[in-house]
Design a protein around this ligand. Structure first.
Ligand SMILES: [Zn+2]
Length: 352
């Protein structure tokens, strides 16, 4: 929970936030860094953050933004009882954060549309998040406040070290900042890296993709059972002979069982051109926060790696070509309470 956030709405008058210039790159292409901090963090926002007053607002958002779907997903549908400010109305499960911005370098309108990469340097986990507020106060000795959901997804606790980067590749500048360097021509030279695979456990239930078959879909599944049972089932060659390329545990650990280049048996009728991702969960479970972050990171990498259109991410039951008679309840309630492709698409729009 955040402490000493009282002064957080004030425009910074003191020091500029510490910025690291991009250090000399070796041979990797230069990523234009517009903002970067690394240091201690805490958490803030949402109904339970009593460090924020009931009427405290946010530096980057106004009540009018609640009507804009680009921003409204960051907030709870109604104000928590006894509160009127946007700070306590933040949805603590969404990924947002606060830093001590210098609005000359990174103007409010720019920040509002920017997507930052937030990393836990100690375990390599990362997630994308939205700037939401100015803070924490310099006296806390911290460089950033993260949403509780973001901190949990990255495995961060108060006073752990976080690294936050906004690069030209991920931001959508409204207008160039006064005096700021102009962004280099945007090039797709810094794709997201492949998330860490905890273990590759080969499944025998796969085949070579036919020559010339393009990978053009990602299919999302729910295991409807434990991690152990999924890993065991996918290693059996004497049973249903099913598999998936990836299995993501509820703590965010990613297991790979089939190479992307090969065809897994996860979505009858749609296996040849698809990558299958299983998520550990029961029939009524939603994704756990770390699992959602891992899934989004993996999907981002797959989209880039195989040049898959963003519109081709499907829930198992809604995959074009899926042909099992009677269909399936998969992916159940992992991505939202309604069993529909619209639910999947909304989750992708908000998270990937
Ligand atoms: Zn499935």
């Amino acid at each position: 929970m955040a402490q000493k956030r009282k002064a957080s709405k004030k425009k910074p008058t003191a020091k500029r936030p510490q910025r690291k210039r991009p250090t000399k790159e070796k041979i990797t292409p230069v990523e234009e860094i517009l903002f970067r901090v690394e240091g201690k963090m805490s958490t803030f926002g949402g109904p339970r953050d009593t460090g924020m007053s009931a009427d405290e607002g946010l530096a980057l958002f106004t009540p009018a933004d609640l009507k804009d779907p680009k921003y409204s997903y960051l907030f709870l549908p109604t104000p928590p009882p006894g509160t009127t400010g946007l700070g306590r109305r933040l949805n603590p499960d969404k990924y947002y954060f606060a830093c001590r911005w210098n609005y000359n370098d990174t103007p409010r309108e720019f920040l509002k549309r920017a997507l930052a990469r937030v990393e836990n340097p100690s375990n390599g986990r990362s997630a994308d998040a939205r700037p939401a507020d100015w803070g924490p106060h310099i006296s806390t000795g911290r460089v950033a406040d993260l949403s509780p959901g973001l901190a949990a997804a990255l495995g961060l606790q108060t006073d752990d070290v976080v690294r936050i980067t906004i690069s030209a590749l991920r931001a959508i500048p409204v207008k160039p900042a006064k005096g700021a360097k102009r962004a280099a021509p945007v090039s797709r030279t810094a794709p997201p890296g492949k998330p860490i695979i905890k273990q590759f456990i080969r499944s025998p239930n796969c085949s070579c993709r036919k020559v010339g078959t393009k990978i053009d879909k990602i299919v999302l599944h729910c295991t409807e059972g434990s991690l152990a049972s999924a890993l065991a089932e996918f290693q059996r060659s004497d049973s249903r002979k099913v598999s998936a390329h990836y299995v993501i545990d509820r703590n965010g650990d990613i297991y790979q069982m089939v190479n992307d280049a090969d065809c897994a048996n996860h979505c009858m009728g749609a296996n040849p051109g698809s990558i299958g991702i299983e998520h550990v969960g029961g029939e009524t479970d939603a994704l756990a926060a770390p699992q959602a972050a891992a899934s989004a990171a993996l999907i981002r990498w797959l989209l880039q790696e195989h040049q898959i259109p963003r519109t081709n991410i499907f829930g198992h039951d809604f995959t074009p070509g899926y042909s099992r008679p009677g269909g399936t309840s998969c992916p159940d309630k992992l991505f939202g309470p309604v069993h529909s492709q619209a639910t999947i698409a909304a989750w992708v729009a908000a998270n990937v």
